[in-house]
Design a protein around this ligand. Structure first.
Ligand SMILES: CC(C)(COP(=O)(O)OP(=O)(O)OC[C@H]1O[C@@H](n2cnc3c(N)ncnc32)[C@H](O)[C@@H]1OP(=O)(O)O)[C@@H](O)C(=O)NCCC(=O)NCCS
Length: 199
């Protein structure tokens, strides 16, 4: 599936997109988060079954990230409809939790000497498209061109789905480093890619 430049304007997703999206019809490409803010918020909402209120509070966060120059986003599109996205940036010392994170990671070791990581900030795929390799493709495409030698992220401690998913890409929990209450930090050296065979 080729990467294509995507320059179209926002087209809000209304509800969960139908499951009839054929994998062969999917296209991947970098996109401007702020141009597709409505769609990204909608995908995040259905992927995580968020209430409207929760979803609106996250809109502000994505909107703030969209304004950061080093943030890069990759989307999976069925036609003009966004069905999944990932975005990230090199760990930025200006992020409120960055100092603590770097210090924690330095103490734990494992990634010492590898420099500052690229941080995977968000990844969401609409449920009707799960288990079709979209999440994997998004992470691979987001991380492929980056210069940093390793990739970090936080995931919900309670989400086995996310743990199994990230482990399939070579990520491992970084014990002892807290990514916020109820969150676990994971890390992997680049290149990031599928480490287990599909059944
Ligand atoms: C986690 C998420 C991004 C995975 O997206 P996806 O497109 O379904 O992922 P893939 O199809 O690439 O899955 C790759 C592998 O991950 C594992 N995996 C993914 N979902 C899984 C699930 N529900 N149960 C068990 N393993 C799972 C499997 O090993 C899978 O490979 P397989 O299908 O060949 O067995 C998606 O479920 C999602 O958006 N969840 C809600 C938001 C979220 O949790 N985001 C990430 C944490 S911040």
């Amino acid at each position: 599936m080729p990467d294509i430049p995507l320059t179209f304007t926002a087209e809000p997703v209304r509800g969960t997109p139908p499951g009839a999206v054929r994998t062969a019809e999917l296209r991947y490409g970098s996109f401007d988060l702020s141009a597709l803010l409505d769609q990204t918020v909608a995908v995040q909402r259905v992927a995580n079954a968020l209430s409207e209120e929760e979803s609106e509070s996250r809109r502000c966060l994505i909107g703030r990230r969209a304004a950061e120059p080093r943030v890069r986003a990759v989307g999976a599109f069925a036609g003009r409809r966004l069905v999944g996205f990932a975005y990230g940036a090199p760990l930025d010392p200006d992020w409120p939790w960055a100092d603590e994170m770097e210090e924690g990671l330095r103490d734990i070791g494992g990634f010492d000497g590898l420099g500052r990581p690229f941080w995977l900030l968000e990844l969401h795929v609409v449920p009707s498209c799960w288990r079709r390799g979209i999440g994997t493709s998004l992470v691979e495409r987001l991380c492929r061109p980056v210069r940093q030698r390793w990739v970090g992220l936080t995931r919900r401690a309670s989400s086995d789905r996310a743990r199994v998913f990230y482990e399939s890409l070579g990520f491992a929990d970084v014990p002892g480093v807290v990514g916020g209450r109820g969150y676990v930090v994971m890390g992997a050296r680049r290149p990031i890619g599928r480490t287990t065979r599909r059944a």
